[in-house]
Design a binder for this molecule. Structure first.
Ligand SMILES: C[S@@+](CC[C@H](N)C(=O)[O-])C[C@H]1O[C@@H](n2cnc3c(N)ncnc32)[C@H](O)[C@@H]1O
Length: 186
């Protein structure tokens, strides 16, 4: 029979394990978790000129700082791709109980396997290694006229259409962002 102290101990250990999982799981998957601050999200949505006709995809959506505002404030269709099941749970709760949830689609899985051909705007807040891997995905899948907005890290080798120093937001327009072809030898 559990005493009250045993129950408290089990609860405390459970809370600690949950907190550690929340903090470290995404390091294992490819990028740590940190929500983009409000001013950053505003800048990302403004720079990409997100509108109600757009389909915005957030690669590594976390708990939804970008997707729910894109849906609520801009009327966009937003797709949240997230690998961490705990954050998927939070995203589902927000979609169920928050505003504009009907315009948010949640995909539990690996962002590197996602088909981006239908995206008008791709939002990212990821580590440099992930940006490097995504570059070739972008180059083979993005349609002309689509935009990529990235907080903190650039897409390696791409030409930014704009960069805001205060919020560290890069805007890329595809295919304008394509790097210049290297001069042919000889
Ligand atoms: C820095 S957070 C950004 C969260 C959100 N985009 C924002 O700006 O508030 C990065 C997120 O990417 C997720 N992530 C990392 N690797 C991933 C992968 N391979 N597929 C999907 N999500 C991934 C992490 O779990 C984490 O929630």
């Amino acid at each position: 029979m559990l005493t009250q102290n045993d129950a408290l101990f089990v609860l405390a250990v459970g809370a600690l394990v949950g907190a550690a999982y929340f903090m470290f799981a995404s390091f294992i998957f490819g990028a740590g978790y940190q929500p983009a601050p409000r001013a950053v999200v505003t800048r990302m949505l403004d720079d990409a000129q997100v509108a109600s006709t757009d389909r915005l995809v957030d690669l590594g959506a976390g708990t939804g700082a970008i997707v729910f505002r894109a849906a609520r404030e801009r009327g966009a269709r937003a797709v949240a791709v997230e690998i961490d099941p705990f954050r998927i749970g939070i995203l589902r709760l927000r979609r169920r109980f928050g505003r504009a949830g009907d315009r948010v689609e949640i995909r539990w899985g690996d962002m590197f396997r996602l088909d981006l051909r239908a995206a008008d705007v791709v939002a990212v807040f990821l580590w440099p290694g992930a940006m490097l891997r995504l570059r070739s995905v972008f180059e083979t899948q993005l349609k002309a006229g689509s935009r990529v907005v990235s907080h903190w890290h650039p897409v390696p080798g791409w030409k930014a259409h704009s960069y805001d120093e205060t919020t560290r937001v890069y805007l890329y327009r595809w295919p304008e962002a394509r790097p210049d072809p290297s001069p042919s030898a000889g």
